[in-house]
Design a protein around this ligand. Structure first.
Ligand code: FEO
Length: 399
């Protein structure tokens, strides 16, 4: 039988580890994930969040290792996305709690998911509930990253349950920050920010200010993915402030695909021009890279250069995929341009410039197009474009 793990006086981790997850709705989770649920053994036993549906048995085994599930009186659903609410209906059926607390938007979203009223009781920021020998207060975290997102704060034990926020997709049986390798978690936490939280960066900055004003200084931050922050919870909070600011560094990301190697030749010459200008380059072929790894590389970049061949008068399908994905992530503070090889219709490469503009990317140069295989002059032009972008990055960073 799988066991609960004690994380403080009265709080147990009763979640599940998804070692095999490699795709989280389009995000490549190379290292799996966890779905964290927390059981508070207060006078009124309380469960915070559940797990993805197929991990219900694992969660229930862990719960049963410390308490008869029927004794749980309160369930709190901090977030309605199905990796946390997928097991809610079954859990409520087993536990039969007195109440299931949700935010107002949580009620709407859960009804949309489950089509079933589970004795939901709506709470808002500032509301507090008595769980016997402790109190839980609520802070709505709207659009971090869904309208319903909510934090729960266990006051006496001083633990903040932050749901998705401050989490990462990392399957680990080491439940605390100080037990995990920083070289790995830093990349995974940054990737999670870049792929999930980034579009809401302005809200992150406002929310961090709000929490600061509330004077919250939790001894632990317990998110619903990855591990629990106990050694230094401010570390991840400060990282969020840094990532949300989206300050560019002297780095450019070149994302491209190629049919017969011509756009690739262009990309490599552009990269060499950027290198000559002193700019760090990440050259990412969409034949070999995942869109979510592109998003990670873009987080601290100053420029996005998109290269595409033309296929049937369209940009290459893999490029349409990555651009659609990046557009949704709304990365700020980028300059950019488009380039590529075409046969007889170069218009789609020009269209790409308009797409970049619609993504609020400042166009740094006109599009650079080559018909069929680039000759020496075309390759020199690519190198010059790289040097030009590098100069523009340096000028922007020095303002
Ligand atoms: Fe981990 Fe938004 O769900």
């Amino acid at each position: 039988m799988m066991k609960a793990v004690k994380i403080s006086d009265k709080v147990y981790w009763v979640g599940a580890i998804d070692w095999n997850l490699r795709d989280f709705h389009g995000y490549a989770t190379h290292r799996g994930t966890t779905y964290n649920a927390y059981l508070i053994l207060s006078e009124k036993p309380t469960l915070i969040d559940t797990v993805k549906h197929e991990f219900y048995d694992e969660m229930m085994e862990r719960i049963k290792s410390v308490i008869d599930p029927a004794k749980i009186q309160i369930i709190i659903s901090n977030h309605s996305e199905l990796d946390h609410s997928g097991a809610l209906v079954e859990t409520v059926k087993t536990v039969n709690p007195e109440e299931v607390y949700v935010s107002a938007m949580g009620l709407k979203d859960l009804m949309g998911h489950l089509h079933k009223d589970l004795k939901f009781k709506v709470v808002k920021t500032g509301d507090r509930i008595d769980v016997g020998d402790d109190t839980i207060s609520f802070v709505e975290a709207r659009m971090l990253h869904w309208p319903d997102s909510m934090f729960s704060y266990l006051e006496r034990e001083n633990i903040l349950f932050s749901n998705d926020v401050f989490g990462m997709h990392l399957a680990t049986n080491r439940l605390f920050d100080d037990e995990n390798d920083e070289r790995i978690w830093l990349t995974e936490a940054e990737k999670y920010y870049a792929n999930i939280v980034l579009p809401y960066s302005d809200i992150v900055l406002r929310f961090l200010e709000q929490v600061k004003k509330m004077g919250l200084a939790p001894k632990m931050i317990a998110p619903d993915h990855g591990f629990i922050w106990r050694k230094d919870p401010t570390k991840i909070v400060n990282l969020y402030a840094k990532w949300a600011a989206q300050r560019p560094t002297n780095k450019a990301v070149i994302v491209y695909d190629s049919m017969w190697g011509s756009t690739e030749k262009m990309a490599r010459q552009i990269a060499d021009g950027l290198t000559a200008g002193g700019t760090q380059v990440k050259l990412l072929s969409m034949h070999h890279s995942h869109r979510s790894d592109v998003a990670l590389e873009l987080l601290d970049s100053a420029a996005l250069l998109i290269g595409t061949p033309v296929l049937n008068s369209q940009i290459f399908p893999s490029m349409a995929d990555v651009i659609c994905y990046l557009k949704g992530l709304r990365k700020k503070n980028l300059i950019g341009t488009a380039f590529g090889s075409y046969g007889w219709n170069g218009a789609p490469i020009e269209d790409l410039m308009r797409t970049l503009e619609s993504m609020q990317i400042e166009l740094a140069t006109p599009a650079l197009k080559t018909s069929f295989v680039p000759d020496e002059e075309a390759l020199n032009n690519c190198r010059a474009l790289g040097e030009e972008i590098s100069r523009k990055i340096t000028a922007k960073l020095n303002v």
